[in-house]
Structures are given as C-alpha cells and as structure tokens.
Design a protein around this ligand. Structure first.
Ligand code: ZN
Length: 211
C-alpha cells in the first residue's frame, strides 16, 4: 500500500459519510497515514479507524459549515435595561474544545464572555453556541478569542464586549516543551470595555466572583 491507494477505488468496508463532503478522500488519507507511521491499517482494531477519524474530524471542524443566522435566529430580544444603561451581562466558565492549526492537536479550556447591552440581548444559551462556531475549526487561541468578541459585537451591537479565554494546549503538554501545567490566557475587549477602565475593573471583579 502506498500513495497509489488514493487513486484507486474505495475499499469496500468504508461507508460514505457526507458530513464534510470529503469523506472518501479523508478516509484514504487516514489509512495512508496509518501505513506511513508503521501501522497495519488492515489489522482488526484499525479497520474502522479511518471512518471514525473522518467523523471526528467532521465534528471538530463543523464550525466551518455552521450558519450563524440560524444559530442566533429567534434568540435576540429588545429590552429596556436598567437606569444606568451600562449593566454587564457575563456568562463565565464556558467550556470549549478546539484544535491548534499548527499541529492539529487539541487545545481546550474555559471562556468568559461579557457584554454591555444597548437594548438588544441574546438568549444566554446562544453564547456557547457562538463559541462552538469558532472553536470547531483549526485555530490559534488569540484569533478564537477575537472572533467570538467580534461575533457578539456583530450580532448585538452592544456598548462593549469582553472575552477572556484560558486554555491548555495539548501540543505543549504532550510534545515539544512538555509544560503540562501551563495555561494560556487571551483576551479581546471592544467598545466600552476597551475605552473605560471602570468597566474593565468591574468585569474582572465579576470574573473573580467578588462583586
Ligand atoms: Zn500547536
């Protein structure tokens, strides 16, 4: 078996799965990779691995095919909010799982998303869904954080958005420098959170839980 495999037909035990639209090609590549790392793709434990990897990859990259409008549709509400008009809405400790684009190895952690509404608010369960749109792609943590902030800005046009992500990168833990306990923190601030230190302070106080 060699790269020739890719040109020849699909082995009979592969079932087509159209979740990525590239299933047959991906399964061929996985089988080829198994061979090239010194494995026997025909041994029993690996027979269905190309199919399983294909399905896993399809899920982990489903953000490329997600439809933001469909996800937030019907969950944006017009609200008259408090007297000051600068109340912070914070959803914290939202788990996320992504894959680093340099190694295609997972990084995962928690994200905290805050915004200061300008009349429009969003159903709180939609915030994790927005994170998944961008987490389920090949990513760097910095861009993931900024994309979530930009998306909340785009959807709600609020007075400010603050996003903080804390993550462990398996490409650091399992290989290379093997720093198993290091976490990486990234943040993205827009509008009032960027311009007004008092809003930033309140956001960090809320994050610490001592408000
Ligand atoms: Zn990496």
């Amino acid at each position: 078996m060699s790269i020739e495999l890719i040109k020849h037909g699909t082995p009979a035990h592969f079932e087509e799965d159209d979740t990525t639209g590239e299933s047959i090609g991906i399964q061929h590549l996985v089988k080829e990779m198994l061979y090239r790392i010194g494995e026997d793709p025909e041994r029993e434990g690996l027979l269905k691995t190309p199919l399983r990897v294909d399905k896993a990859i399809a899920f982990l990259t489903s953000g490329y095919r997600a439809d933001l409008d469909k996800i937030v549709n019907g969950a944006i509400f017009e609200e008259e909010l408090g007297r000051e008009g600068d109340e912070i809405v914070l959803v914290k400790d939202i788990e996320f799982y992504s894959m680093c684009e340099h190694h295609m190895i997972p990084f995962y952690g928690t994200m905290h998303v805050a915004y200061i509404p300008d009349r429009r608010i969003i159903g709180l369960s939609k915030i994790p869904r927005i994170i998944d749109i961008f987490a389920r792609r090949l990513q760097v943590q910095e861009r993931l954080t900024a994309q979530v902030a930009d998306c909340v800005q785009q959807v709600l046009n609020p007075k400010g958005v603050a996003v903080v992500a804390e993550a462990k990168h398996m490409c650091m833990c399992m290989r290379g420098v093997q720093k198993q306990n290091s976490t990486t923190t990234t943040k993205s601030m827009l509008g009032a959170f960027r311009e007004k230190p008092e809003h930033r302070s309140e956001f960090y106080a809320l994050l610490r839980g001592n408000n």
